[in-house]
Design a protein around this ligand. Structure first.
Ligand code: G1P
Ligand code: ZN
Length: 543
C-alpha cells in the first residue's frame, strides 16, 4: 500500500469548543488544515488493532470532500474498517448508535450543527469516543496538544471511494462499508417506543408537521413518521438535505424555524409540530398555537417517560446543563430521583449516562436525550412526545397546562447577543467576575441578589473539574440570571444571557414569557452593562 507521509506546519487555533472544532468552510479548505486535525485525532486515540470507525456528516458543503480525506487518512493510520453513511450522510445520534451497536473505536462527525452552511458558511469536525458520545475533555485536550506540535500526517495515495454505492469496498487494507444512514437508527427507535400506538394516533386523523430545515433529519423523518408511522404525505417539510440548507439557518428556534411556527400559529395548524437542526440532535416542539420551551419539554418528557416502553420501569436520574431551567428539578424531586447540574455541552452527560446515574438529560438549547445513545437526539424527542400524546390522548396544550398546574411554571428565556467584538465580550465577562462579590445584597428592581458565582463542575464519576462555566446570579426569590460566552460560534463572540423566574401553582401561569421576565431582563442589563458595553439595545435572538 502507498502511504504518504506529508510534512505540515503545526497550528495554534485547533482547540475544540463546546462541540468539536468549528470554523468557516474557507478555513477548512486551507492546505493541511483538516489533515492536521484528523491526524491529531488518530494520534491521540492510538487505535487498537482491528478497529472500526464510523464517519458521516450532516451533508453540509465540504462534507464529502472531507470524508474522502478522512478515509484515506484512516487507512494510512491503521484503521481496519470504516462505516460510512450513504453519500456521507449520518445524523449525530445515528453515529452515536452505530458506534455503540458495532463496538467501534469511535466516530468522526462532520457538522457545525445549527450553524449556517454553504461555501461561505461553517464547517466542523468532532470526534466521538467508543461509548458513542463526544470525546471527554481529556481527549479533546490531547488532540489540541498534538495539533500544536504536529509536523507530519499520513495519508494513502488512492482514488476516491464511491460514497453513493451501498456495500463494501477496499481502500488498501481497510474495508469501507457504505451503509443506509437510516435503517439501524430506525430499528433502535422501534425498540424504544410504542409504534403501534403512534400509528393508531395518526390513523385517527392526527396531523403533524416536521421541519427538517433542509438538513440531515429529512430522510430519517420521512422514513419514520410518514412511511412507517403513517403521518400523511407532506408532514415532513424541507426534507432534502442541501449543502447550504437552502440558504437558511438550520437552528430550530422560533426565529429560524419561522415557516413551521407560522404554520402552527395559523388557521391550518397541525395538531403537533416539531423541527430539528443541521445534524439532527436538537428538537423544538409545538402544539396548535403554542411553542413548548425546550426546558419545559425536558421536564415534561421526564415526568411522562414511563408511558413509553423503553422507560416503563421509570427514570433512575436526570440531568440538565446549568443554564437550563430548573423545571426538571421539580419533576426529579417529585419522582425522588437525583437531578445533576452540568456545564453546557453534551460531553458532560457522558459519564453520568455511562455510570447508570441518569436516564434522561437535556439542555435549554433544544437538546434532549436519554441513555439510548450518547448524544442528544431530535427525532427521539419527537417520538417520545408522540408516544405520550398517543397514550394520554391529550393535546400538546393540555399536556403543558397540566404540567404547570402540577409543578408551577419556570418562566424562562435565553437572550443572545451575536457577533459582538471578542474583546468587548471578554471585558464584559471579566467585569462581571470582578464585581461578583459587590453584587451580593444589591437590589435590582424588586429582586435582591443572594449569591453570585462562577459555575464550577466536579464530575461525580471521574472527579474531573470544569471551571469558569458561566456567571450565575441567583436572587433571594429563586429567580436566576446566567451569563456565558458561546463556545460554538465562528463570528466574533456571542453573549448568552439566560433568564429564569419561578411562579408556583397558585399564581398566574399564563403570562407571556418576556413580560413575565421583564424585571429580570432589565436587571441583567444593569448587572452586566450589556447595552453600555456592546452598544446593542436588543438581543439578536430571543428563544
Ligand atoms: C451551544 C448550546 C449548548 C450545546 C452546543 C452544541 O453551545 O448553548 O447547549 O450543547 O451549542 O449543540 P454554546 O454556543 O452556547 O457554547
Ligand atoms: Zn446539532
Amino acid at each position: 500500500m502507498t502511504i504518504l507521509t506529508i510534512k505540515t506546519q503545526a497550528l495554534s487555533d485547533q482547540k475544540p469548543g463546546t462541540s468539536g472544532l468549528r470554523k468557516k468552510v474557507k478555513q477548512f479548505q486551507k492546505k493541511h488544515y483538516l489533515e492536521n486535525f484528523v491526524q491529531s485525532i488518530f494520534s491521540a486515540i492510538n487505535c487498537p488493532e482491528n478497529s472500526t470507525l464510523v464517519v458521516g456528516g450532516d451533508g453540509r458543503y465540504h462534507n464529502e470532500t472531507a470524508i474522502q480525506t478522512i478515509l484515506k487518512m484512516a487507512a494510512a493510520n491503521g484503521i481496519k474498517r470504516v462505516l460510512v453513511g450513504q453519500n456521507g450522510l449520518l445524523s449525530t445520534p445515528a453515529v452515536s448508535n452505530l458506534i455503540r451497536k458495532y463496538g467501534c473505536v469511535g466516530g468522526i462527525v462532520l457538522s457545525a450543527s445549527h450553524n449556517p452552511g454553504g461555501p461561505n458558511g461553517d464547517f466542523g469536525i468532532k470526534f466521538n469516543a467508543s461509548n458513542g458520545g463526544p470525546a471527554p475533555e481529556a481527549v479533546t485536550d490531547a488532540i489540541y496538544t498534538i495539533s500544536k506540535s504536529i509536523s507530519e500526517y499520513h495519508i494513502c495515495d488512492v482514488v476516491d471511494v464511491d460514497l453513493n454505492a451501498i456495500g463494501k469496498t477496499q481502500l488498501d487494507d481497510m474495508t469501507v462499508e457504505i451503509i443506509d444512514p437510516v435503517s439501524d437508527y430506525q430499528k433502535m427507535m422501534e425498540s424504544l417506543f410504542d409504534f403501534d400506538a403512534i400509528r393508531s394516533l395518526f390513523a385517527t386523523g392526527f396531523t403533524m408537521k416536521f421541519d427538517a430545515m433542509h438538513a440531515i433529519t429529512g430522510p430519517y423523518a420521512k422514513a419514520i413518521f410518514e412511511d412507517c408511522l403513517g403521518a400523511r404525505e407532506g408532514s415532513v417539510i424541507n426534507s432534502k438535505p442541501l449543502p447550504d440548507f437552502g440558504g437558511c439557518h438550520p437552528d430550530p428556534n422560533p426565529v429560524y424555524a419561522k415557516e413551521l411556527v407560522d404554520h402552527m400559529f395559523g388557521d391550518e395548524a397541525s395538531d403537533f409540530g416539531a423541527a430539528s437542526d443541521g445534524d439532527g440532535d436538537r428538537n423544538i416542539i409545538l402544539g396548535t398555537g403554542i411553542y413548548v420551551a425546550p426546558s419545559d419539554s425536558l421536564a415534561i418528557l421526564t415526568a411522562n417517560a414511563h408511558l413509553a416502553p423503553a422507560y416503563k420501569e421509570g427514570v433512575c436520574g436526570a440531568a440538565r446543563s446549568m443554564p437550563t431551567s430548573m423545571a426538571i428539578d421539580r419533576v426529579a424531586d417529585k419522582l425522588g430521583i437525583p437531578c445533576f447540574e452540568t456545564p453546557t455541552g453534551w460531553k458532560f452527560f457522558g459519564n453520568l449516562l455511562d455510570a447508570g446515574k441518569i436516564t434522561i438529560c437535556g439542555e435549554e438549547s433544544a437538546g434532549t436525550g436519554s441513555d439510548h445513545v450518547r448524544e442528544k437526539d431530535g427525532v427521539w424527542a419527537v417520538l417520545l412526545w408522540l408516544n405520550i400524546l398517543a397514550v394520554t390522548q391529550k393535546s400538546v396544550l393540555e399536556i403543558i397546562t397540566d404540567h404547570w398546574n402540577a409543578y408551577g411554571r419556570n418562566y424562562y428565556s435565553r437572550h443572545d447577543y451575536e457577533a459582538i467584538d471578542k474583546g468587548v465580550a471578554e471585558a464584559l465577562m471579566s467585569g462581571l467576575r470582578s464585581r461578583k462579590n459587590t453584587l451580593v445584597g444589591t437590589k435590582q428592581g424588586d429582586e435582591v441578589v443572594a449569591t453570585v458565582d462562577d459555575f464550577e463542575y466536579h464530575d461525580p464519576v471521574d472527579g474531573s473539574i470544569a471551571s469558569k462555566q458561566g456567571i450565575r446570579v441567583i436572587f433571594e426569590s429563586g429567580s436566576r440570571i446566567v451569563f456565558r460566552l458561546s463556545g460554538t460560534g465562528t463570528d466574533g463572540a456571542t453573549l448568552r444571557v439566560y433568564l429564569e423566574r419561578y411562579q408556583d401553582v397558585d399564581s398566574d401561569l399564563a403570562l407571556e414569557t418576556q413580560t413575565a421576565l421583564e424585571a429580570i431582563i432589565s436587571a441583567a442589563d444593569n448587572i452586566a452593562e450589556i447595552s453600555k458595553l456592546t452598544g446593542m439595545s436588543e438581543p439578536t435572538v430571543i428563544s
